[in-house]
Design a binder for this molecule. Structure first.
Ligand code: 6GU
Length: 249
């Protein structure tokens, strides 16, 4: 996959793209990220990239000319590229959206500043607008990094076998079950007995139920989209009605 990033702050991207899973994905060539400075497409004397809004009001807007020139250049170099503007006004970027984007050959991520971009860019130069959640960032750069990281994890070859197991358990739509590593007793706090039992079927069941409990407690909205067996639905109903108490099985 090829990702073109358009930003006024290209330096923000260097470290996050050098390390860990993203760093390896880039090194292996499974993913290509090219970061461009929008200011390089400002052709007036002062290379101005922002301006005051018509009609008044506080804050500056991104001027249309440099953005349009940058997007036109990217489209010229990468035919068919999907152009995405990162903005708090976009539709929500979630795991399902990530899955959809992961199948593209190329996309351009335009990092807006939060006061916004000229409406004509949104309407006529951009294919889609995405937000990563209900809060306001100072700019789209961190949002772009979130999008890149989430999508990279879905590309073939990026995750090793061990890591992709973990991935599967969120893609079933539930929160993770609790996990423990050594020591068995940490400052008086014990690891649940069942995990030491060696009974793989019992452990699998326990984990599934813990994931259901945690999801019901913290993110009941996710249960509407998860695929549950008849038995699991019954378990959830029992939890809700108080027949089962949190912490017990
Ligand atoms: Cl994509 N940009 C900005 N500036 N703020 C955000 C966002 C994006 N998503 C959530 N908040």
């Amino acid at each position: 996959m090829r990702i073109e990033v358009l930003t006024l702050f290209p330096e923000i991207f260097s470290s996050p793209l050098e390390h860990s899973i993203l760093g390896k994905a880039l090194q292996k060539g499974l993913l290509n990220v090219n970061v461009r400075n929008i200011r390089d497409y400002a052709f007036d004397k002062h290379r101005q990239v922002d301006d005051r809004p018509f009609g008044g009001g506080s804050g500056m807007l991104m001027k249309p000319e440099p953005l349009a020139a940058a997007i036109d250049a990217v489209r010229g170099e990468v035919p068919g590229i999907r152009v995405i503007l990162l903005t708090p006004q976009g539709t929500l970027f979630d795991q399902a959206k990530a899955g959809e984007l992961a199948s593209l050959e190329s996309m351009a991520l335009i990092c807006g500043r939060y006061e916004g971009v000229d409406e004509r860019i949104r309407k006529h130069w951009v294919d889609e607008e995405l937000s990563i959640g209900d809060y306001v960032l100072s700019g789209g750069e961190f949002a772009a990094l979130v999008v890149i990281d989430v999508i990279a994890r879905l590309l073939p070859g990026v995750l090793g076998d061990k890591e992709s197991c973990v991935e599967e358990s969120f893609s079933d739509g539930l929160l993770e079950y609790p996990q423990y590593t050594r020591p068995r007793n940490f400052k008086g706090y014990e690891v649940p007995e069942i995990l030491l039992s060696g009974n793989h079927e019992a452990i699998r069941k326990w984990r599934r139920r813990e994931a259901l409990k945690r999801t019901l407690e913290r993110r009941p909205d996710l249960l509407d989209f998860s695929v549950l067996s008849h038995e699991e639905k019954k378990f959830i109903e029992e939890l809700k009605s108080g027949k089962r108490v949190a912490g017990s099985n």
